[in-house]
Design a protein around this ligand. Sequence first.
Ligand code: SIN
Length: 285
Amino acid sequence: MTDLDIRPIAGALGAELYGVDLSETLDDAAFAAVRQALHDHLVIFFRDQTFTPEQHLAFARRFGDIETHRYAKGLPSHPEILPVVKEAEDRAANFGGIWHSDVSFHEEPPMGQILYALDIPESGGDTIFVNMYRAYEALSDGMKRLLEGRKAIHTGERSYGPTDSEVTRRLDKFSRSMDVKMKDDAEAEVAHPVVRTHPETGRKSLYISAISIQRLEGMTHAESRPILDHLIAHAQRPEFTCRFRWRKHSVAFWDNRCTQHYALNDYHGQRREMHRVTVAGERPV
Ligand code: SIN
């Protein structure tokens, strides 16, 4: 594709792409250009797209297999599409309103997400993304050496586990706008490298997800916590981020392997509805 117009929205990551209609099947050249833009900018955005659930799924399938959410219920007609909804009267926490890389507690966390905006508040409801390559590269040589070859333990306990101490708050949080089930298997521990190498770009990124990371493998919680707290705070530095202002029919496609994101919950009294399709990933190395 020669007429793809790529407009970066921040210094660290994120670009709006114009000249592509996601309701159409991408030919090989268009697909290659979009995939390259994703590798270059980590999260890519499209404006004024109108597509059906089938077209949403078809676009996602160009990038890999589709994964259905294990804990949150999809659309009755298309279970692979997750409605991410917060109703106007829902004043609780929102889905995704914390720094995270999606379901990092899975053995094979997603490659990416394609999020389509259907109903957007007049103000608020932006999403912030962070470039985890930059977060890794900005660490001192000493910290890079400390993390080299080290794994961290992730669990879904705080997000979807039934025995977490925050369970009442979390059930309350999700029960009003979304159909989320807390399950025991979310508490299983999974070890992933703290520094992962992207399977397509070959670049190293910091792989932590504030909500899921528990401790460094082979170390106690108390020993790990100061290091993890430092890494979590470091990865939120504003200069590593971009912030996307949604409009109805905007689309965001993020590479979940080298970014984290945070859905702002600053629009109480207004409704927000998105449709999310997950592209399956691989075991981080
Ligand atoms: C998510 O974490 O997938 C939700 C992001 C958003 O709603 O902006």
